[in-house]
Design a protein around this ligand. Sequence first.
Ligand SMILES: [Zn+2]
Ligand SMILES: [Zn+2]
Length: 110
Amino acid sequence: MRNICSKCNSFILRPMCALCLTDEVEAWLSQQKTSLVPKLKDHVMPLLERIRTQESQKCSFCLMETRYITCLYCYTKYVYDWLEQTDRELSKEFLEFFKDFLTKPKQVYA
Ligand SMILES: [Zn+2]
Ligand SMILES: [Zn+2]
């Protein structure tokens, strides 16, 4: 199914691949705490495996065909949970910066 998040089944208005999302978070993190950037990558790897879909779809950001599409919420929530345990102060900054991403999407019931 296209434009449906493989993690939470919500409809994705603007599909964005996990690599683009990682770039966004990484750009932010490297300005906050560079030492956490490699750890972020380690943390994101298992998520990529989990969200990998059968069909590829186009990322609306980098325009690449990709199998790693997730909604903004699932991705940023996943990173947020990790950051909260790693660096509580920084997780508050993250929440503030990515609050639009962290708005829970409406679920689609097929
Ligand atoms: Zn989702
Ligand atoms: Zn992309």
